[in-house]
Design a protein around this ligand. Structure first.
Ligand code: GLY
Length: 280
């Protein structure tokens, strides 16, 4: 795994299948600077096969709560093929995240990390998003972020029963321990509609249409759009994330694709298999 060490909007990773590909990747990252200055230094890591999951911890520095476990789909193409992206779609809660698995993540990762922040006198309040792979040996951390995942946040927000503002207020006022955060007993699925040329060089400035058409229990998050006059134009790589929620994961997936198919953006692309792997 070859990673640009700086910030690359989740895209600075190349998985080399052999030594030649690894050398090419190093040249691209460090000489050609395909990820810009983020490629000034390189991180080389072992490839970890396993199931990827996104853990969102909300903490006020004293207490913490886990949000439902989400699964992101980072590769550009169906079947997890093609280059890595910031994320092409997600769903939550991941059915494979059993109470035992969650308990192990809390015991081995969440509690030690929060204790270590405290020990270092870092008064961290907010969202800690842990990207991990469940490898043969158990949970292996890929990254920590102090923000919500994109597109994971799009599937976590519709699952909150407790208003987000109440949670955030409790976090800033260190009252999280006394707040009972409730979640809806539903699934949510989001699909990213990406601009032509994403992730290398997304084309921007194209009209985005069909956003206003209604499909029940869906909502479209805007990621890379801008309003010009009364027209919605693309302004980034991951343009919009139609999101659906419902009691049944397969039915919810069907509705999110119904909504996605209504969005028109010339040359755009979206994966057709988000949440397909839920039962694997
Ligand atoms: N979905 C990956 C990220 O937000 O970094």
């Amino acid at each position: 795994m070859l990673k640009a060490d700086g910030l690359a909007a989740g895209k600075g990773v190349i998985i080399a299948q052999n030594a030649q590909e690894a050398e090419d990747a190093i040249r691209q990252i460090m000489d050609e600077r395909v990820f810009g200055d983020a490629g000034r230094e390189l991180v080389i890591e072992e490839f970890l096969p396993g199931r990827e999951m996104s853990i969102h911890v909300i903490t006020d520095g004293e207490s913490y709560r886990l949000l439902p476990i989400a699964q992101d789909h980072k590769k550009l193409l169906d079947g997890d093929k093609g280059p890595n992206t910031g994320g092409m779609g997600a769903y939550a809660p991941a059915p494979f995240a059993t109470p035992e698995l969650i308990e192990r993540v809390e015991r081995e990762i969440v509690r030690p990390v929060l204790a270590s922040l405290k020990k270092d006198a870092i008064d961290f309040r907010g969202i800690l998003y842990i990207g991990l792979i469940w490898a043969e040996s158990g949970p292996q951390i890929l990254e920590f972020n102090v923000r919500g995942g994109d597109p994971e946040t799009q599937v976590l927000l519709p699952l909150l029963k407790t208003p987000l503002v109440e949670i955030l207020r409790a976090v800033t006022e260190k009252r999280l321990g006394a707040l009972n955060i409730e979640f809806l007993d539903l699934y949510a699925v989001t699909v990213v509609v990406a601009a032509k040329g994403y992730p290398e060089s997304p084309r921007i400035g194209d009209p985005v249409e069909g956003l206003e058409q209604e499909v029940s229990r869906t909502f479209t998050f805007h990621g890379g759009t801008a309003l010009k006059g009364n027209k919605c134009l693309s302004s980034g790589g991951r343009v919009a994330s139609p999101t659906a929620w419902g009691e049944d994961l397969a039915e919810t997936q069907g509705r999110v694709y119904e909504k996605t198919a209504q969005i028109f953006l010339a040359g755009s692309y979206y994966r057709r298999d988000i949440a397909d792997n839920r039962n694997l």
